[in-house]
Design a protein around this ligand. Structure first.
Ligand SMILES: [Zn+2]
Length: 88
């Protein structure tokens, strides 16, 4: 794919994480495509989708969270049990 951007990116503000960091790492979301949908006898295949996350705190760029529906939680989050064990 050719990059046809004609604007000068340097005149735009840097995208900042909510922690203030301006440097992003690239990672990938992996989608498992069921072999059944690809044809009989085909194994599951992975498709990688690029995603950017903060190099400092690891937070994923919110736009990507939306695109990849990463905030959808199928299961309810359960608070971790923090029972203090005091054995004296
Ligand atoms: Zn951050």
């Amino acid at each position: 794919m050719e990059n046809n951007i004609r604007v000068n990116p340097l005149k735009y503000p840097n995208e900042k994480c909510k922690c203030g960091c301006e440097v992003w790492n690239q990672g990938f979301i992996l989608k498992r495509i069921p072999g059944l949908e690809l044809g009989a006898g085909t194994e599951d295949q992975f498709i990688d989708l690029p995603v950017y996350y903060c190099s400092k705190c690891g937070e994923i760029l919110p736009e990507y969270r939306k695109i990849y529906k990463m905030d959808e939680k199928p299961e309810t989050e359960q608070p971790t049990e923090m029972k203090p064990k005091l054995i004296i």
